[in-house]
Design a binder for this molecule. Sequence first.
Ligand code: NAD
Ligand code: MG
Length: 401
Amino acid sequence: MSVQHRLCILGSTGSVGVSTLDVVARHPDRFSVHALSAYSRIEALAEQAARHAARVVIVPDDDAHARFKAAWPAGRPLPEIRQGTQALADTAADPEVTAVMAAIVGAAGLPGALAAARAGKRVLLANKEALVAAGSLFMQAVRESGAELLPIDSEHNAIFQCLPQSADRARAPANPAEGVRRLLLTASGGPFRRTALDQLESVTPDQACAHPNWRMGRKISVDSATMLNKGLEVIEAHWLFSMPMERIQVVVHPQSVVHSMVEYLDGSILAQLGQPDMRTPIAYGLGYPDRIDGGVGLLELARLGRLDFETPDLVRFPCLRLSFDALGQGQGACIALNAANEVAVDGFLRGRIRYTQIPSVIEHCLDDSVARGAQTPSSLAEILDLDARTRRVAAGFCDAR
Ligand code: NAD
Ligand code: MG
C-alpha cells in the first residue's frame, strides 16, 4: 500500500499529539510525518522529529529555535525549522501535507486549524476552542474547500460514528442529519462531582487536574472539573452537526465508557463505547473510512459491571450554564466565553485566583460582551481582535481580585 496520509501535527508534544504519534508509529505503511509543532518542551519535539523523520518543525521563537538545534542528534540532517503563528498556518496548508491534526490547546490553535480547513485537507480536530471561537467561519471554510472534517474530541467522534452512514459525511453538513431527535453528550463530572460545595473554594490545581478517567493537558483537565469543557463541547457539537442547542443534552456518566449517543425519532439510541483512551478517536480519524489498530486495550463489560447516568447539577457546575447562555447569545459571546476561560484557568493554575472564581471571570466577560452589543465577527482578524479584547477584560478582573 502507498502512504495514505502525510501528516502535519500541530501541538505534537501535548497529550493528544503524543497519542497521535503513538498511533502513527503502528502504521508506517499508511502514514508519514511531514511536520510537527510545539510551543514548549522543545527537547521533546526534537526527539519526536528525529524518531519520526519529520521534514519540518515549527517553534515559537528564536530561543526555541536555538534549543531545538542544541537538542538535535549530531550527524543527522536537521529538519527545516520554521517559526511563529504564520508558519503554523502556512505549514498546515502546505501542498506536501494531506492531513492536519489540530491539537494545539486554546484559541492559539485557530489560525493553523482554519488554514488546514481552507486548504481542503483532512482536518483531525481536537482543538475544540478553534470551533468555539470561529464556528461559522470554520464550517464555511470546510464546505467551500471540500475539506474532510473528522472530530477527534471523543464525544464528537462517538456521535460521528453513530450518525447515519453516507459517503460524504466527513464534509460539513448544512442541515442536521435526518431522523435524529437529539445528541446526548456524556460527561464524567470530573474530580469534584461529589465534593462538598463549600470545599470547592479551596481546591488546588493538582486536585482539579486529577481527572478520574482521562490523562490530559492541564487546561482541559481544569475545564473538565468545572464542566466548562462540556460547555465548549455543546458549542462544538452545534457547529459540527448543525444541531440547535435545544437538541443537545448533557448527561453525566462517571465511568466515561459511553463516549456519547445519538437519539433517533423512532426512540432508538445509538452509543459508541470504549476505553477512555484518545487513541480510539485518533485511529478512527486517521484511518477513516478504514478501521485501524490504535493500541487500545479491550473493554471488559462484565468486569465493569455497571454504567451510571445522572443529570448535571448546574449549581455545582455554573460554567455549563454560562456556556449555554453564550451559545444562545451568539458568536461574539462564544469568543468571550472561551477567551475569558483561558485567562481564568491560567490564573487558577498559577495560584492567582481561586477555583470558584473561574465562573465569575467568565460571567464578567460575558456581561461585558452583551453590554457592547451582539457582534458576529466575519473574519479571522475580527475574531482574534475580540479574543484579545476579552483577554484584557478578564486579566483586569483577575488583577482586581
Ligand atoms: P496539551 O497542553 O497537553 O498540549 C498542547 C499542545 O499545544 C502542546 O504541543 C503545546 O506545545 C502546544 N501549544 C500550547 N500553547 C500553544 C501556543 N500558544 N501556540 C502554539 N502551540 C501551543 O493539551 P492536550 O490535552 O493535548 O489538548 C490539545 C487540544 O485537544 C485541546 O484543544 C483540548 O481541548 C483537545 N482535546 C484534548 C483531549 C485529551 O485527551 N487531552 C481530549 C479531547 C480534546
Ligand atoms: Mg471531550
